[in-house]
Design a protein around this ligand. Structure first.
Ligand code: 8YV
Length: 332
């Protein structure tokens, strides 16, 4: 691995977004030469390709695609640090072939994203979006025993697809609601089953039995559209779907049809495919669907923690140390 110890060769780092103040402090503290994109909007692809020429470190987010084309434009690149836990915007194989370390920010956003997941579970289950509109639109005529009846959350069954750090934090919170918790994951987690009553089931059983199905799986070619029409037909008509992972995990057209045709009770999406969701997307016309703009990790403290960890990863690689959270070190 190349290190930079000569006084005349300050490594350069490109930070692609205007992350919250304090996020990139470790880069500055380490004396790296940092260029930070200052505008609120992401830079264009052409600008990105021009700016990576000569950089040694790249702090990128979901809005930047790190692929062979970018690597070809960045011959000095040694490390790409994703500002986030999901790194489906990065071609890890191409980076590995080039000897570029890829890092992400697991753990630091798990509780915050679980909190957002719970906001969405309660919001769709209790029809809070519709209730807010009801009042704002002047439909509130006084108390009515039949208005805006939702589904109980407590004592119901929660189905967690993907029991990683975020899924686990969602499960822990469910216990406070006396829920039965099922999970389906790439691997069974006996160590977690020993800590809390969570039961491993296959996906079909999870879909059939859950009142709330929440997605926390990584987005890969294998998980693309893992939920589509056939899977929604397995779900209870009273069940809700929650997605805070990646939009591509579900077939969005099929979600629309399932929610429109009352195959399922509704959906709450923090992530869509594409992002942003076009304003004329039919999903936005359905009263039983809520969409929020990818805010799973959006708290001040967590966003700074993500930036700090991403920066720590870059500093470590450029100083010749082991980065705290790399994803491809074993293959380099
Ligand atoms: C990030 C996320 O805000 O961590 C993730 O995978 O989806 C979000 O928390 C986003 O990825 C920004 O890059």
């Amino acid at each position: 691995m190349t290190t930079f110890n000569r006084a005349d060769s300050r490594p350069t780092v490109l930070v692609t977004r205007r992350f919250p103040d304090g996020s990139t402090r470790p880069l500055h503290d380490a004396g790296l030469d940092v260029e930070q994109w200052a505008a609120e909007e992401p830079m264009s692809r052409d600008t990105l390709l021009a700016k990576v020429a000569g950089v040694h470190g790249l702090l990128a987010s979901i809005t930047e695609r790190v692929d062979q084309e970018l690597l070809d434009a960045a011959p000095a690149l040694r490390v790409v640090a994703e500002y986030g836990v999901g790194y489906d915007n990065i071609d890890v194989e191409a980076c590995t072939r080039r000897g570029v370390v890829v890092c992400n920010t697991p753990g630091v956003l798990a509780e915050t994203t679980a909190d957002l997941t719970w906001s969405l579970i309660l919001t769709v289950g209790r029809r809070i979006g519709e209730a807010i509109d009801h009042v704002k639109d002047g439909q509130w005529q006084g108390w009515n025993p039949n208005v805006l009846l939702g589904q109980d959350v407590h004592h119901r069954t929660l189905g967690i697809v993907g029991l990683g750090a975020i899924g686990w934090q969602v499960a822990r919170r469910a216990l406070g609601f006396d829920m039965r918790v099922l999970y389906y994951s790439a691997h069974r987690h006996p160590e977690l089953e020993a800590q809390a009553p969570v039961s491993f089931v296959d996906l079909e059983a999870l879909l059939r039995e859950s009142d709330f199905v929440t997605l926390h799986a990584a987005f890969t070619p294998a998980t693309r559209h893992m939920l589509s029409t056939a899977q929604f037909k397995l779900m209870k008509k009273t069940a809700y779907l929650i997605n805070v992972a990646r939009g591509g995990l579900i077939d969005q057209r099929a979600v629309y049809e399932a929610c429109r045709d009352s195959e399922i009770a509704g959906a709450a999406l923090d992530v869509t495919d594409p992002e942003p969701m076009p304003r004329d997307d039919p999903l936005l016309t359905l009263p039983n669907v809520i969409v929020v703009p990818h805010i799973g990790s959006a708290t001040v403290a967590t966003r700074i923690r993500m930036g700090t960890l991403a920066s720590d990863n870059i500093v470590a690689v450029l100083k010749g140390a082991t980065p705290p959270t790399a994803v491809n070190l074993d293959r380099l």
